[in-house]
Design a protein around this ligand. Structure first.
Ligand code: GUN
Length: 283
């Protein structure tokens, strides 16, 4: 069993991006810029947003943080997005989710210029992903692909089971794996005989959001287990969806929580921002 070190792989990717960014700054005189918008006071979101700012610094990007009160009218948020769309210093726009109750997230995501949509959540980019032509894929699923490739875990022809069908993780993860010729099954809360399905998986991706969801009897001997869950226990400790202690001895590769998929999301956000910067400047 090998524990996948997402923290290390993430650091390597950001280091590589920094080198490329230095070159591009030299040749173009321009600096990639990422705008992050946080509405409200959700403490977990505040931590994510802070980490994104730090990653920008490490990558050599400009970072623009916009914090709006939780009772901001939707029209004000839409006006800010419009301003960021028109700002040539801003190459990527990320509106941190979830938005406060009462805001129409889909409407806000659709207001972002698809060329600056580094989350890959705009319908244009979702469509591109479904067609296999997108270059801005959602960061967490794209991070999973980078981890699998880094550890040279085969994907083509493998049986992959994705637990969860969210627009942020489950659905785009399934599409990226399908593009790489995996045989993909998506399971969710209404799936029957879940254990029979997961037990066939060469790669099991869990994006459920409930601790203890993946138990040892659900996992095939020698499988790769990717845990996307981030659950805070009553003791304040972070755990994934997977019962790591019981499951890990059965696996070939497994991601820990924290230190697995989490750090990769930020690395891929930097990568998407650099991609957006290049395309916007014809570099
Ligand atoms: N909230 C949780 N994950 C994400 C993400 O990948 N992007 C955004 N914008 N919000 C999130």
């Amino acid at each position: 069993m090998q524990i996948i070190d997402g923290k290390k792989v993430s650091a390597e990717i950001i280091e590589q991006i920094k080198i490329e960014t230095e070159d591009l700054k030299q040749s173009s005189g321009k600096t990639p810029g990422l705008a992050v918008v946080l509405v409200g006071e959700d403490p977990a979101s505040a931590v994510y947003v802070r980490n994104k700012g730090r990653a920008c610094e490490r990558a050599g990007f400009s970072s623009f943080e916009h914090r709006l009160p939780g009772d901001t009218p939707e029209t004000d948020l839409l006006a800010l997005v419009k301003k960021l769309n028109e700002d040539s210093e801003v190459n990527g726009i990320l509106v941190q989710l979830p938005l406060p109750e009462g805001m129409d997230s889909q409407k806000v995501l659709e207001a972002i210029d698809p060329a600056k949509d580094v989350d890959g959540f705009h319908p244009v980019n979702v469509g591109g992903l479904a067609s296999g032509i997108s270059d801005l894929a959602p960061c967490t699923p794209a991070g999973i692909m980078e981890l699998l490739d880094h550890y040279q875990i085969p994907i083509e022809g493998q049986d992959v089971v994705v637990l969860g069908r969210s627009n942020i993780v489950g659905k785009p993860a399934a599409l990226l794996l399908l593009k790489r010729n995996a045989t993909v099954t998506i399971c969710h809360s209404r799936t029957k005989n879940l254990k029979d399905i997961t037990a066939r998986a060469d790669i099991l991706v869990s994006a459920i959001g409930r601790a203890g969801s993946v138990t040892a009897d659900m996992v095939k001997e020698g499988a790769t287990v990717i845990d996307v869950g981030i659950n805070r226990g009553v003791d304040g400790k972070l755990t994934g969806d997977v019962d790591f202690e019981a499951v890990s001895p059965k696996t070939s590769y497994i991601t820990p929580v924290p230190g697995g998929v989490g750090p990769m999301t930020i690395a891929l956000l930097m990568k998407n921002t650099l991609t957006a910067f290049r395309k916007q400047n014809g570099l």
